[in-house]
Design a protein around this ligand. Structure first.
Ligand SMILES: *Cc1c(COP(=O)(O)O)cnc(C)c1O
Length: 414
């Protein structure tokens, strides 16, 4: 039968299913087995030596996880992927693969809170230095690169800043300097933006968010575009991996050195749940985008709301970049808004009846959080004030009926 090139929404549902021949199953079976037997000693030996794709032990690979890896690589326009137990495991694995003691990297100064802590606190212990640069100022990123820099790291949409960097321009700067661009694409999802098509080299996700969509599983993924040239003086430590896996040298090294040794494998049940989530990713994202724009407009018009930060507004600093990179699809599903003070924020959260006070995002349910007193509560005072405003609320707009979202906000603000 003729193979079709399906569009994103169709691929998210159908790709991979018929090829597997799981006795006609339309969802990946959960291969709940810690290890896989081999008929002969020679077969197991060959698999350990990397001569066959067979499975050995769950920490190394698993058929349910592999199904999700192939699907996510395709949806991100990459060549291959490794799924992990969480988004943070994906981020740490990808970065550690590139970093050695004494190395540097350049990262966006606006980062997901745990990523910020990992980069600025934990890596310091290994004599690895992160240089932070404004993601909206590519010149600052270029200035921070030197001969010890191993990569540039950005997020497609920053949280809670809602800034959207020019991925193509930053990829060009990284490549001109002989280093790869790593992008955390969690807040956009490949439905909204595929950074590899704009020149990025390595993509990471917290699959806990939009991919799962239901707040039912924790997971992460690293996707390799397979386009970066590792055969340079700067990356001569990659030579053995290039010799073994060619264009997939990075992903192979990450799998072999970090994923396997740090034990960042997801339970196949989580991969199964995330695979189910992919079936509805397209329609969920459409509804998320529509609801986000309507909620942002409702909040902006409300007299008790001081300001709303949402890239969908024409006067937002990242509006033009959102349109350039996301086309007419939307502006993400996250927004932040300000009230008079922290007390007003707490009061609003306590009065909401449907909207949940929750640390997750990208869920089908509408979620609110006061970052200053929650995610950032144990950060040093000066840093906390720089990263989170006490008057700020973060909002992840869900896919409920828009009138119920606005009615709940209206009664709580009143
Ligand atoms: C949630 C999140 C992460 C971390 O993912 P976990 O699955 O919670 O480990 C990383 N980056 C961004 C942008 C996120 O929103």
């Amino acid at each position: 039968m003729k193979k079709h090139t399906y569009r994103f929404e169709t691929k998210a549902i159908h790709e991979g299913i018929k090829d597997k021949g799981w006795e006609g199953a339309t969802l990946p079976p959960i291969f709940q087995s810690a290890a896989h037997y081999h008929d002969t000693a020679d077969s197991l030996s060959q698999t350990f030596a990397g001569q066959s794709q067979d499975h050995i032990y769950m920490r190394l690979s698993n058929p349910t996880n592999k199904f999700l890896e192939e699907k996510l690589a395709s949806l991100e326009s990459g060549k291959a992927a490794v799924v992990t137990s969480s988004g943070m495991a994906a981020i740490n694995n990808a970065c550690m693969t590139l970093l050695r003691a004494g190395d540097e990297f350049v990262a966006s100064s606006s980062l997901f809170m745990s990523t910020y802590g990992l980069f600025t606190n934990i890596y310091k212990k290994y004599n690895i230095q992160v240089k932070l640069a404004d993601p909206l100022n590519p010149g600052q990123i270029e200035e921070a690169i030197n001969e010890r820099t191993r990569f540039v790291y950005i997020e497609t949409i920053t949280n809670p800043g809602m800034e959207i960097a020019d991925i193509r321009q930053i990829a060009d700067i990284a490549h001109k300097n002989g280093i790869p661009l790593l992008v955390d694409n969690t807040l956009a999802s490949p439905w909204l933006c595929r950074p590899i098509e704009l020149g990025a080299d390595i993509i990471m996700h917290s699959t806990t968010k939009y991919f799962s969509g239901h707040g039912a599983a924790l997971g992460g993924v690293v996707v390799d575009a397979g386009n970066f040239d590792w055969e340079t003086e700067r990356f001569k430590d990659f030579a053995p991996f290039v010799a073994q896996k060619g264009e997939l040298a990075f992903l192979h090294r990450m799998w072999k050195e970090y994923h396997v040794n740090f034990g960042t494998t997801p339970a196949p049940f989580h991969s199964f749940l995330i695979a189910i989530g992919l079936n509805t990713l397209g329609v969920r994202m459409e509804r998320h985008m529509e609801n986000a724009l309507k909620t942002a407009t409702f909040l902006r018009e409300h007299p008790k709301v001081s300001w709303v930060n949402f890239p969908g507004f024409e006067d937002h600093p990242s509006h033009a970049m959102a349109k350039k990179q996301f086309g007419s699809k939307g502006f993400g599903t996250m927004l932040t808004f300000g009230l008079k003070d922290q007390e007003a924020c707490f009061k609003l959260i306590d009065k909401l009846s449907m909207i949940l006070n929750l640390a997750n995002l990208g869920d089908c349910k509408t979620l609110i959080i006061h970052p200053y007193s929650s995610q950032y509560v144990s950060f040093p005072e000066e840093l906390k004030n720089r990263l989170a405003d006490p008057c700020l609320l973060r909002f992840s707009v869900g896919i409920e009926h828009i009138d119920d979202i606005c009615t709940d906000l209206e009664q709580a603000l009143g």
